[in-house]
Design a binder for this molecule. Structure first.
Ligand SMILES: NC(=O)c1ccc[n+]([C@@H]2O[C@H](COP(=O)([O-])OP(=O)(O)OC[C@H]3O[C@@H](n4cnc5c(N)ncnc54)[C@H](OP(=O)(O)O)[C@@H]3O)[C@@H](O)[C@H]2O)c1
Length: 262
């Protein structure tokens, strides 16, 4: 019997996969058989290193450098990928940034950069890809949300506004495109050990202690913890699942927590 999770013959495009969660999810999709295209933004060298890393692991991988907030560059990039590699079957909108600044101190340009990258970037990336998917009869879109799609926290208002918006964009994309056999779902990572969280993930840092005590699983997530969910949402196993956000958070959203003396 063929595996419901087999991605052989599919092309998966993962944005912002030069390192961190995107690179780990690309590896997961590659392990399930997908051909990989990853994108980066700031450095050709970083992108080349990530592609080399994937090829060294035996995956068929290519890389493209463009800014997800630049609609013309995205259209060019998607066109190039489709003509040089293959039609895109799976799109993982992973590129994202965070700025930890209290709202009253945040400058408008920083607010806009966070909203543009995390939310508007999904709008600009998805439309050219999905137009082609519709012509071909279907596809999968996975939007990388966050626990901040559900929760507030000091200093991350722009990020939470963007990721909360992305949750609703995911549901609306799912609604508009389900009739075209396109499933759109989100993954909401909890706290993961990546460069984005490196500044707060150090012994003795109060936030590190808070996360370890606040997470029922008692640890930070490893990027590899996202691979199973990414494979599920990219594969035929999820063909009637759309508009859902799967939180991969070690249980944080399931609990109110407990006082430290209990
Ligand atoms: N880390 C966590 O604990 C955590 C938790 C919840 C959600 N998330 C979300 O998961 C995703 C990945 O997080 P991460 O921690 O792996 O981040 P990361 O290590 O900082 O990587 C971010 C990626 O996005 C790319 N990128 C940034 N701005 C871009 C733009 N304008 N256009 C194109 N690419 C751009 C970066 O490319 P360059 O390297 O070329 O700049 C990089 O590849 C993000 O959406 C993040 O919000 C992360």
């Amino acid at each position: 019997m063929p595996s419901l999770f087999d991605l052989t013959g599919k092309l998966a495009l993962v944005t912002g996969a030069t390192h961190g969660l995107g690179l780990a999810m690309a590896e997961g999709l590659g392990m399930a058989g997908a051909r990989l295209v990853i994108t980066g933004h700031s450095s050709q060298q970083k992108l080349d290193d990530a592609v080399a890393h994937l090829r060294n692991k035996g995956f068929d991988a290519s890389g493209y450098l463009f800014n997800v907030t630049d609609e013309a560059a995205v259209a060019d990039g998607v066109g190039q990928i489709e003509s040089e590699c293959a039609p895109i079957d799976i799109l993982v909108n992973n590129a994202g940034i965070i700025r930890r600044v209290p709202l009253l101190e945040m400058e408008l340009k920083d607010w806009q950069q966070v909203i543009d990258t995390n939310l508007t970037g999904v709008f600009t990336m998805s439309r050219p890809v999905v137009r082609k998917m519709i012509e071909r009869g279907g596809g999968k879109v996975i939007n990388i949300c966050s626990m901040m799609s559900e929760l507030g926290r000091d200093s991350v208002s722009a990020y939470a506004a963007a990721k909360g918006g992305l949750k609703m964009l995911t549901r609306n994309m799912a609604t508009e495109w389900a009739r075209h056999n396109i499933q759109v779902n989100g993954i909401g990572p909890g706290y993961f050990a990546t460069s984005q969280t490196a500044p707060i993930r150090v012994d003795g840092h109060p936030f590190n202690e808070f996360i370890l005590s606040r997470t029922p699983a008692g640890r930070w997530g490893n990027p590899e913890d996202l691979q199973g969910t990414a494979i599920f949402l990219a594969s035929d196993a999820s063909n009637f699942v759309t508009g859902q956000i799967v939180y991969v958070d070690g249980g944080i959203l399931a609990t109110i927590g407990k006082p430290s003396n209990e």
